[in-house]
Write a protein that binds this ligand. Structure first.
Ligand code: PLP
Length: 400
């Protein structure tokens, strides 16, 4: 009998963490690696946020906090939901966790029983199906296509809902496709959900602030008030405020669910880091004007990368509306061989050979449930992105 649990056997390590690790190993061997595999902004955390953390430490705010988070942070989150999303949550409807990842895990651990189904549109953030599997639930992967700009359609959703469906997980803008739902597209999905009162929505709004052009951001409970009582609105400071290492995520939702998540968290990690919580108060209550500049920088990088990839032999890349990822197709290159005679027959081999030949680290699309693609994170400097895209072009051209 194995010492390791059956639950562990159901999950696998995160593909982006594995790709980053491989890139670090190559760099340690002296290769000039450009890692476009990591999901974090390259900007630093703003100084006023760091200062708030230092002040909290100096003031001795270094003790355990309430499991759901310090009241000051929950108030800042309540104000954020009102200000940016038109959503009213009481303080007892808000919970802070150690990153959005923990918040999502708490929600699923608190609700998913073996046999329960969770609908996840592909391409998806790698952790959703793994957390569902850890809970003993079943992920029902909803396919999307490039012709629908990687957005779930109402028709597909309708066909996948069964009596066992517990949750639909939505993520807009999406990691890895960057797709963001417009009001009408999201409404067509919430209309379906309104007809199926047993299905709850977990909306992962982590990339809310990274949406480009004039496109406004929408979240399900805002546009479909009937769903408010069965929607968990998840967000966090990691991506918006360049605070990935501080580990603060949060959610607003129905009291009963938030209480259940509090119980789970109380037995795992308790309250999130006290100092990071004070930093998050400064992020949410402090100035927001610098976000526009960062957003514009990301948008310019997106345009650069999409333009250069679309000039590459065999690649096709949509222009994503948000987040900091592009998700090009590499299918047309399958069947070709590298200069060393290695045939590329899938996206995993494409990513591996690209790393080997040109030292550019990307993550293969099958890891996100969409084979035939790969993900590039453009949270890197313009110089690095330009150089990486040149290397990708050279690699694609070298295939014959
Ligand atoms: N949701 C999505 C879609 C993400 O891409 C990430 C991070 O990569 C998270 C949630 C988790 O973010 P964190 O745990 O840093 O708050």
């Amino acid at each position: 009998m194995s010492f390791l649990s059956a639950a562990l056997g159901r999950i696998k390590p995160s593909a982006s963490i594995v790709a980053n690790q491989r890139a670090r190993e190559l760099a340690a061997q002296g290769r000039d690696v450009i890692a476009l595999s990591s999901g974090e902004p390259d900007f630093d955390t703003p100084d006023h946020i760091k200062d708030a953390a230092a002040a909290a430490m100096a003031a001795g705010k270094t003790k355990y906090t309430p499991v759901a988070g310090i009241p000051e942070l929950r108030k800042a989150i309540r104000a954020k939901f009102q200000r940016e999303n038109g959503l009213d949550y009481g303080l007892d409807q808000i919970i802070v966790g150690t990153g959005g990842k923990q918040v999502i895990a708490n929600a699923l651990l608190a609700t998913v029983n073996p046999g329960d189904e969770v609908i996840i549109p592909a391409p998806f953030w790698v952790s959703y199906p793994e957390i569902v599997a850890l809970c003993g639930g079943t992920s029902v992967i909803a396919p999307t296509t490039a012709s629908d700009a990687f957005r779930l359609t109402a028709e597909t959703l309708e066909t996948l809902i069964t009596s066992k469906t517990k949750w639909l997980i939505l993520n807009s803008p999406s990691n890895p496709s960057g797709a963001a739902y417009g009001r009408d597209e999201l409404k067509s999905l919430t209309d379906v959900l309104e007809r199926h009162p047993h299905v709850w929505v977990l909306t992962d709004d982590m990339y809310e602030h990274l949406i480009y052009g004039d496109q406004p951001f929408y979240t399900p409970a805002q546009i479909a008030p009937a769903l408010y009582e069965r929607t968990l609105t998840v967000n966090g400071v990691s991506k918006a405020y360049a605070m990935t290492g501080w580990r603060i995520g949060y959610a607003g939702g129905p009291r009963q669910l938030v209480k259940a998540m509090d119980t789970i968290q109380g037995q795992f990690t308790s309250g999130a880091c006290s100092i990071a919580q004070w930093a998050a108060v400064a992020a949410l209550d402090g100035p927001q004007d610098y976000l526009a500049g960062r957003r514009q920088a990301f948008e310019a990088r997106r345009d650069l990368v999409v333009g250069m990839l679309n000039q590459s032999k065999g690649l096709h890349c949509l222009v994503p509306e948000g987040a900091f990822y592009v998700f090009p197709s590499c299918e047309k290159l399958f069947g070709l061989k590298t200069a060393a005679g290695q045939e590329i027959s899938n996206d995993e081999e494409f990513a591996a050979e690209l790393l080997d030949a040109e030292a550019v680290a990307v993550v293969h699309g099958a890891a996100y449930g969409s084979p035939g693609h790969f993900r590039i994170s453009y949270a890197a400097s313009t110089e690095q992105l330009e150089e990486a895209c040149k290397r990708i072009q050279r690699f694609c051209n070298s295939l014959s």
